[in-house]
Ligand binder design. Structure first.
Ligand SMILES: [Zn+2]
Ligand SMILES: [Zn+2]
Length: 166
């Protein structure tokens, strides 16, 4: 039987979380998982209770000081909920920045799976140098066409099927 892989499934979930991101510079979604099960999720945006980024606070040409990155948010939620992050795999729609990479190291993450490669690849080299596997999987795959985002997008937009009359 043909099935979607765990990596594909969890990256597709990260891609959905990306759609919730509020930073105007870059949208990123992340999923923390162990043995194919989701431990925590995150997306880039201002801390809870703080106003979202605006064109005044967040411009494409300078780093955004307001946003917590998706990966950091996923680790923070795990901490807040008492969920161990070691060992786990992080799925992120963009390869981590250096600050997030350092956080992932100390959170005990063992593997990082990413979609887009961030322009700075030094964090990947740092992680790999410490034995943390980093793997890129694309956002579009043949698996995706049957099981992934496109199916989800259709299902949420279409009208629900008729329910049997009671
Ligand atoms: Zn921002
Ligand atoms: Zn980051």
């Amino acid at each position: 039987m043909e099935r979607i892989s765990r990596d594909r499934l969890l990256m597709d979930v990260a891609l959905l979380f990306k759609e919730r991101a509020t930073c105007l510079r870059r949208k990123v979604g992340a999923v923390l998982a162990r043995d194919g099960r989701i431990l925590s999720t995150g997306y880039g945006g201002a801390p809870a209770g703080v106003a979202h980024c605006t064109p005044e606070t967040c411009s494409p040409d300078k780093p955004c000081l307001r946003t917590i990155h998706a990966e950091a948010n996923a680790v923070a939620w795990a901490a807040r909920s008492g969920i161990a992050t070691e060992p786990s795999t992080l799925y992120t729609t963009a390869s981590p920045c250096i600050e997030c990479a350092k956080l992932l190291i100390n959170a005990g993450i063992q593997r990082v799976v990413y979609d887009e490669e961030y322009r700075d690849t030094a964090p990947i080299l740092l992680l790999e140098g410490l034995g943390i596997r980093c793997e890129r999987i694309g956002s579009v795959s043949t698996e995706c066409s049957e099981f992934g985002l496109s199916v989800f997008a259709r299902s949420v937009r279409s009208t629900p099927p008729d329910l049997p009359k009671v």
